[in-house]
Design a protein around this ligand. Sequence first.
Ligand code: FE2
Length: 366
Amino acid sequence: MDNDQDFLPINGTDHIEFYVGNAKQSAMYYQNAFGYELIAYAGPETGIKDRASYVLKQDKIRLVLTTSLVEEGTIADHVRHHGDGVKALALWVDDAAKAFEETTSRGAVPHEAPKILSDTSGSVTVASIKTYGDTVHTFVERKDYKGVFLPGYESRKSTLKVSPVGLKYVDHCVGNVGWGEMDQWVAFYEKVMGFSLLVTFDDEDISTEYTALMSKVVSNGNGYIKFPINEPAEGKKKSQIEEYLDFYNGAGVQHIAIATDDIVKTVSELRSRGVDFLHVPATYYDDLHERVGAIEEDLQPLKDLNILVDRDDEGYLLQIFTKPVQDRPTLFYEIIQRKGAKSFGKGNFKALFEAIEREQALRGNL
Ligand code: FE2
């Protein structure tokens, strides 16, 4: 689909906003462990009384960590209900009012009507619609803005010296939805946002001996935005998606996949900074070359770092998954390096889900 016919042209992911219990400490975690740089802040010192927000950046990725300073309100409620989690997957558009109009006229539930925010650096138009659970999509139009993030935020640097780990951009963001709800959310992205269905995985593709899930991937016109949607499926034991839904109290963002150009270097750095990853057994590597053919990387570092490899018709990809980044078994990260492959690592699903099940069993939830 070219942009002429695309009623919702999107330039990319603008930012991801998390609602957390303690944004100051979360910001430290993302700086120390993931190498993000603190670039902006909003809170009481900048005239905002009920919240504090820290903006972190690495290459094209911007994360916003927001906490409530008061007992009542949507931020406090969100954290009470879900624990730390993603509130907004914000999309960078050229016309936020039109994006709001096009999507709400097709059935999107409005979250915030278009409004213009301005300060001495210019103005930004934002508008948002609801998606699964309490998650929203915010449309951000920033062509008339030269400031560090958004009006209301001031530039902020940390005295902490951080070095980036090679995280480049958001590759895809995955949502977990309730039993039987996957198709209705796929239809939402198709009808309301003009996305198309890229690929379907049924429970045959991705069940282990015990647990199962189903997944469909939708993508926008230019392919910059990819949203896989998972739902639990019946298995002998509790689906990992069901465990997520229990602890998040409903649908929400399961994982954010971030691209790197050098996964060996990125994962070495992340491990040395204390990031925990899922473990697949050494036997995974025994027949790797037979499964994926020739790859440019040496096998040993991949094995040492527990990085997974998969191949499709267009090339191959390397990927690894962190353990959940908060105490509830909810949000985690994927680090991905694409070498031609546009897929999602289907060949690794079994090894991966068995690794997740081992963690689930340790938590007593399998
Ligand atoms: Fe993924």
